[in-house]
Design a protein around this ligand. Sequence first.
Ligand code: G3P
Ligand code: MG
Length: 395
Amino acid sequence: MRILRAVGSRLSEIRIMAPLPFLSRPPRCFSRLQQNHLQSRDQFSFGVAFDIDGVILRGRVPIGGSPQALRRLLGDSGSSKVPFVFLTNGGGLPEHRRASELSELLGVKILPSQVLQGHSPFRNLLKRYEDQLIVATGKGEPALVMSEYGFKNVLSLEDYASLFENIDPVSQYKYWATKKPMDRSDLSRNIVPTCDIHSKSVKAVFVVSDPVDWGSDIQVICDILRSGGIVGHKGGTQPPLYFAADDLEYQAGAFFFEAAFPSERLGLGAFRIALESVFNRVHHSPLEYVSFGKPNPFVFKNAESVLNQFQPADEHGGFKECGPVAHPFETLYMIGDNPFVDVKGAREAGQPWFSILTRTGVFRGEHNHAEFPADLVVDTVEDAVDYILRKESRS
Ligand code: G3P
Ligand code: MG
């Protein structure tokens, strides 16, 4: 049940292999005439999906002129005039918390419905697992994310593991495990399972974001999956395992204002490979799993339908959500930094997606990426938005 295999691209013959010369130093201002032309439309023929890590932010620091770029998509009142969303494989926080964090960091009002994270599609599994015992892991607040989606019986892997003495044989050597735990008072609601953990089977494991302690997570996930969901028991069918994304590497940021590490860091996909390798050595049948996130074309289809639900707002608000509109976009721009994820996904999604690769994250090449060339390569997200607005004002 592996769903992340590449499929052939139909668009390779029309890729631009080098940055357009005029984009290397684009003008920063957009004329009033062009602006009026855009604002006078009732419906937009285009929309934009922004990757976050490596395009908009590095850690918590805005990059590539992202605040200015986003402001150019807003009207005078600060409300959105162009449909746009953030399409990220990152996560670990509920969408409303991520939206407030982005609004604060970028100085632009972002609505929760504009934030599509790697784990957002987990919502679609609510019907199946709403009352079932599930385990969630990853950085941030994985159990809170799942409980806010409506899952009633979710435990973080850390909390689940703490119910089994010595499940991690090296825990006493982990200095962070002996520190005072962070304040988790906001997590206590709705996440305590209403069952006896030692006899009730875990029905699914969700890797919501990058795991913090790979060793412990691999150990405990193997324990759950090999035992059929009841740790300590023998045999049983492997419970389903879901990953929010499968990025092998990504452009990580630093914590607050420290300098970011200069090269890419191992991501969720690397963790999946490690877990799969170990599991397949200790278990008789191979690991089964499902991965969401870019480059899965489903994610792009979903982004398209979210963008389609927005209408330019009036002067009083941000985006107005007004239900599905049967209005096909001519172009949807995916602005990303990772050819293997953002560009590959947009290419495989096909029309109306148009991929723009920036040089602020995973990709730093002079020309285009050899294996997954983008429709356009630019230096920064600000250059990308400049290109989009110029192009759309002409069409
Ligand atoms: O874990 C990888 C994730 O942080 C990448 O995020 O925004 O580049 O899709 P993004
Ligand atoms: Mg990225």
